[in-house]
Design a protein around this ligand. Structure first.
Ligand code: HEC
Length: 115
């Protein structure tokens, strides 16, 4: 384990991200970015925290063909749609990284009944 991964694992441990224990994400796992950029501080895959659950976001945009592009932009620029909390901008997330994250979020949509 190199220093960056050790640091990530430690950060995941600190914020209690899923995968922080036995299942430490592989470097090509999008959850590495979600931990590294502290997204899991405000989000979880399947439960609402300060921010919406990623699975709920995926569900909301499941029929939107531009969902990945939209989420990619929102991740980098932030969102303020009037709730008590807003999503801060993350200019430190590169465009390709944001796209990987957006695809991961969209992969969490639960299957539709009958699918
Ligand atoms: C400080 C808390 C906070 C952090 C850190 C944070 N978010 Fe959010 N996020 C929010 C909140 C709050 C919302 C809902 C904003 C709204 O709708 O006004 C949100 C919304 C979202 C959405 C839904 C967008 C939509 O169109 O519905 C996605 C996707 C998302 N965040 C991804 C991320 C990613 C990826 C990161 C890390 C790079 C991150 N968030 C970091 C608080 C946070």
């Amino acid at each position: 384990m190199n220093v960056a991964r050790a640091t990530l694992a430690f950060a995941a441990f600190l914020i209690g991200a899923p995968g922080a224990h036995a299942d430490t994400p592989a470097p090509d796992d999008p959850r590495v970015y979600l931990t590294q950029y502290k997204c899991y501080f405000c989000h979880a895959d399947r439960e609402a925290k300060a921010g919406p659950a990623f699975a709920d976001v995926a569900d909301r945009y499941r029929n939107d063909r531009d969902a990945v592009a939209r989420l990619t932009a929102e991740i980098r620029h932030g969102i303020r749609s009037g709730g008590p909390w807003h999503m801060p901008p993350h200019p430190e997330v590169s465009l390709p990284e944001a796209r990987v994250i957006a695809r991961y979020v969209m992969s969490l949509a639960p299957p539709k009944a009958g699918e």
